[in-house]
Design a protein around this ligand. Structure first.
Ligand SMILES: Nc1ncnc2c1ncn2[C@@H]1O[C@H](COP(=O)(O)OP(=O)(O)OP(=O)(O)O)[C@@H](O)[C@H]1O
Ligand SMILES: [Mg+2]
Length: 435
């Protein structure tokens, strides 16, 4: 009688239903062709049954495990509301340093900062100008164990290239003209605390090498000195540039980029967290009112609409400046469009591409309202007509006959209009691939 070999030590790795079925089939055929079964054979069969049962159990266990993990992966983690996330930070005595707002993206940045703060890991803060990078650096310093130690901020973009190294790492007397005495740099001044390297993308390559050494071994050499100094300075850097892209262009050391960005905090532009504009407005208008000793400024509905939809290329800084400006200029306490800075005041920008085409450069700064409505209407109608024809030529691949039929217009009239708008049908004809 053929009995299959049972791996009683559990080494049968190819656990699968197919192999189980095969084993069951062998047992069935063994039983079918057996006339008489002796005790030892019975025992062996029993043993095989037990082994099979164990395998089934194992397989079902494994399946349940896989199913459970697949289900867990499919369920998104329970989303906490922004309010409760902010409350939780407050409860944990998180120091906000004046960072205001509760959009999901901002809270994510704050939560990362909270986790990074107690460590000495380098942090790289990314964000457009005015998004609060400097504030965030202070948040990281003040929530960590170095809060009572020095916090030194260096703007790498504001120091001339030839002085930057000495500013950061110090110099030895006589190292260069004007170095009349030994001087310690910002790194040594921040020993035990935090150095904030703002606009890190502006650091020249030579300085990048020195910074890499500090990151790797906490060692630096003052300019003109052979002596190695040990510093324990935590590095927080910030930039509004794409360092990875810069490193691909050879402008920033890639190894330094990876060292600096062990923890990355990204601050979203204000236009990506519009829901915060009205909150920030109330916050800053209260602040401005306090400073100007007057009640918070009121807005006309059209100014409110403008502020809610404006793009804020200067981000929170720009919003804050606008609020201070209108709080100061609105003498009656009610601010309107006219109180906005001229450069962003609606009506002063080019109204539309087409309508301004004929305006000439000397008219660029003229408000739309300074011109007769009839003229503006005429220009807008002409622009719409041109757009309509261009779209038609695109869709009909420059074929005037088809276009005229489609828009139900006399063919010669279409030609007249094309001539009027200086549209060349050849520009819209599809190129026939050469054989
Ligand atoms: N979330 C915020 N809450 C309150 N104030 C903010 C916030 N973000 C930025 N600010 C304010 O906006 C201004 C600009 O902030 P900060 O200097 O930190 O920006 P930045 O990203 O460093 O800008 P830049 O790249 O131009 O140096 C400051 O007055 C700051 O107080
Ligand atoms: Mg800054």
């Amino acid at each position: 009688m053929k009995l299959y070999d049972v791996h009683t030590d559990g080494t049968d790795s190819a656990l699968s239903y197919a192999s189980l079925l095969e084993k069951i089939e062998i047992m069935r055929s063994s039983l079918r062709w057996t006339n008489k079964m002796e005790r030892p054979e019975l025992q062996k069969m029993l043993h095989q049954c037990n082994a099979l049962r164990d395998e089934v159990m194992q397989l079902s266990h494994k399946e349940r495990l896989l199913k459970a993990s697949a289900e867990a992966a499919a369920i998104p983690p329970k989303k906490q509301s922004s309010k409760s996330r902010k409350q939780a930070l407050l409860k944990r005595n998180f120091i906000f340093e004046g960072v205001f707002g509760e959009s999901a993206k901002l809270l994510e940045a704050l939560e990362i900062a909270e986790k990074a703060a107690p460590t000495t890991l380098p942090v790289l803060i990314n964000g457009e100008s005015g998004t609060g990078k400097e504030l965030m650096a202070k948040v990281i310093h003040n929530n960590g164990s170095r809060a009572d130690k020095p916090y030194v901020s260096v703007n790498c973009g504001a120091i001339p290239d030839n002085l930057l190294e000495s500013e950061l790492f110090g110099h030895k007397r006589g190292a260069f003209t004007g170095a009349t005495s030994d001087r310690k740099g910002k790194f040594e001044s921040a020993d035990g605390g935090t150095i904030f390297l703002d606009e890190i993308g502006e650091l020249p390559l030579q300085g990048q090498v020195k910074l890499l050494r500090v990151l790797q071994s906490n060692e630096l050499q003052r300019v003109g000195s052979d002596q190695v100094t040990y510093v324990d300075t935590r590095i927080v850097a910030a930039t509004n540039r794409d360092l990875l892209d810069m490193s691909q262009k050879g402008l920033f050391r890639e190894d330094l980029y990876y060292r600096l960005s062990v923890i990355n905090v990204t601050l979203p532009p204000l236009r990506e967290r519009r829901d915060e504009i009205s909150l920030l407005f109330d916050y800053f208008s209260g602040e401005a009112a306090g400073q100007l000793s007057r009640p918070p400024v009121q807005l006309t509905p059209r100014l409110r609409t403008f502020l809610d939809h404006y793009d804020y290329p200067g981000n929170v800084r720009e919003l804050r400046n606008i609020i201070y400006r209108i709080s100061c200029l609105a003498s009656s306490g009610k601010a309107d469009i006219e109180h906005l800075p001229e450069t962003i005041r609606p009506g002063l920008k080019k109204p539309t591409q087409h309508a301004s085409d004929s305006a000439g450069p000397e008219n660029e700064q003229v408000s739309l309202l300074d011109r007769p409505l009839a003229d503006v209407k005429k220009e807008a109608a002409a622009a719409a007509e041109k757009l309509y024809l261009e779209q038609g030529l695109i869709e009909e691949a420059g074929k005037v006959v088809k276009l005229a039929r489609r828009i139900n217009m006399n063919r010669s009239h279409v030609w007249t209009l094309l001539k009027k708008h200086e549209l060349d049908v050849n520009d819209y004809k599809k190129e026939v691939p050469k054989p």
